[in-house]
Write a protein that binds this ligand. Structure first.
Ligand code: PHE
Ligand code: NA
Length: 438
């Protein structure tokens, strides 16, 4: 059998992982969630969630992947704990499931780039969104998005994912910075910043019961945890990387890009006096285009900004989608020796079919999203934390230390994972179950 692929450089791994983390969640959810829940007071809670739970959990996934050197399901046999294979399986299923509708949204974004070029997306956004987000149109753009995703994954780790994200992640940063600078010139931008970040501690403290689970849930999703993605990406690493440094860099970049997105969308909306509530499709596909249409300088400015804005979202969504597909593809490639191209095409095709209901009718999309993000994701994180904390134990400490700066912190990390992280994730799972079923 051919030798297993690896990242060409450590930076390549980092950019791929950042590309996975930075996605729709950063742009259409995080800024609106922050502004609606207490501004920078919420940001503090979110940062705590990232540092206290997200970072230790991402290290747990890295440890599984790098130590096993194989993808998420086979990893447990390689680690000498074959009975725990289902931990990886839940994550792989979550990735499979989530990509099916993530791709539908990616397809809408492609459509909006076209609609910005022609101007039709900005002329009457509500009607435009209503028309393109359902039926055959939505199924068609879903197909296009899946084809691009398949194409990148089919090219492999170094020539596909690494090369693509090396271009994509810097492009996301450059385009968002450009948009933020533009937004800063708008009259009323200051009001948008205030709306985004003015601290309202009362909003956090008096709603702690909903703010805490929201912040922790968003932190896990935003760091791409629970989808076997970080296990898979770390499995292509060599021994010489410092996992804690990498995890920290990813957590910081992911949060910074979310804040940067807020510095774009909130001034844009605020300058036109448009409300966007808690985010989601209505914010990105209706509120933002409405604001763009009203920009000073006539329609062309709005159209140009729209192309860049939806362009960034497309790149962010694609660099996340390839990580989801890779988590599934790697399983078949590693365990059955299948070759990459047919595997990516075949699995991508099945995922496309699974996404057809979501593309056809947005009610299905919400249902898929509910199961994926509130059920499968926290369950998979819980299992991974339980496994690394209580089953892998000392081996996990050894692995985290390998190549690490700050390796002396490894025992503390493990203890923290076993207790605090596990307890918090259990609470998140129980709260979500309660919301879903009771
Ligand atoms: N982290 C991505 C986001 O914030 C979502 C995602 C989750 C992508 C899991 C890949 C894997 O949008
Ligand atoms: Na994210």
């Amino acid at each position: 059998m051919a030798e297993r692929e690896t990242w060409a450089t450590r930076l390549g791994f980092l950019l791929a992982a950042i590309g996975s983390a930075v996605g729709l969640g950063n742009i259409w959810r995080f800024p609106f969630q922050t502004s609606a829940n207490g501004g920078s007071a919420f940001l503090i809670v979110y940062l705590l969630a990232v540092l206290v739970i997200g970072l230790p959990a991402i290290l747990a996934e890295f440890v599984i992947g790098r130590r096993a050197n194989t993808s998420a399901i086979g990893a447990f046999r390689k680690l000498g704990r074959p009975r725990w294979w289902f931990v990886g399986a839940v994550g792989v299923i979550a990735a499979f499931w989530t990509l099916s509708y993530y791709s539908v949204i990616g397809g809408w974004v492609i459509r909006y780039i076209g609609g910005s070029v022609t101007g039709s997306a900005l002329a009457a956004p509500e009607g435009y969104f209503g028309a393109i987000s359902v039926g055959l149109s939505s199924i068609g753009t879903h197909a296009v998005f899946m084809l691009i995703t398949i194409g990148i994954v089919a090219l492999g780790i170094e020539d596909g994912i690494e090369l693509a994200t090396k271009v994509m992640v810097p492009a996301i940063v450059v385009m968002l910075v450009g948009l933020a600078v533009f937004a800063a010139t708008l009259p009323g931008a200051g009001g948008g910043y205030a709306f985004f970040l003015d601290p309202d501690f009362d909003a956090v403290i008096s709603n702690l019961g909903s703010v805490l689970p929201a912040a922790f849930g968003q932190a896990l999703f935003s760091l791409s945890l629970g989808f076997s993605v970080m296990i898979t990406y770390a499995s292509y690493l060599g021994e010489d990387d410092s996992l804690p440094v990498d995890g920290f860099s990813i957590a910081v970049s992911n949060t910074a890009i979310g804040v940067l997105a807020g510095l774009v969308v909130l001034p844009l909306l605020f300058a036109q006096g448009i409300e966007a509530g808690g985010g989601g499709p209505g914010a990105v596909f209706v509120a933002i285009p409405t604001a763009l249409a009203e920009l000073p300088g006539g329609g062309l400015v709005g159209q140009a900004v729209g192309v860049v804005f939806f362009g960034v979202i497309l790149i962010a969504a694609l660099s996340s989608a390839i990580s989801l597909l890779e988590a599934v593809v790697a399983y078949l490639v590693d365990n059955y020796g299948f070759s990459r191209l047919p595997t990516a095409a075949g699995l991508g095709g099945v995922i496309f079919v699974l996404g057809i209901p979501s593309a056809y009718d947005t009610a299905w999309l919400s249902w898929f999203d509910g199961i994926g993000v509130t059920l499968l994701l926290p369950l998979a994180v819980l299992l991974a934390v339980l496994f690394v904390g209580w089953v892998l134990g000392r081996d996990a400490i050894d692995e985290l230390r390998t190549g690490s700066t700050g390796g002396s912190l490894a025992p503390i990390w493990l203890w923290w994972l076993r207790t605090v992280v596990l307890a918090v994730v259990v609470v998140v799972v129980l709260l979500n179950f309660n919301d879903l079923f009771l």
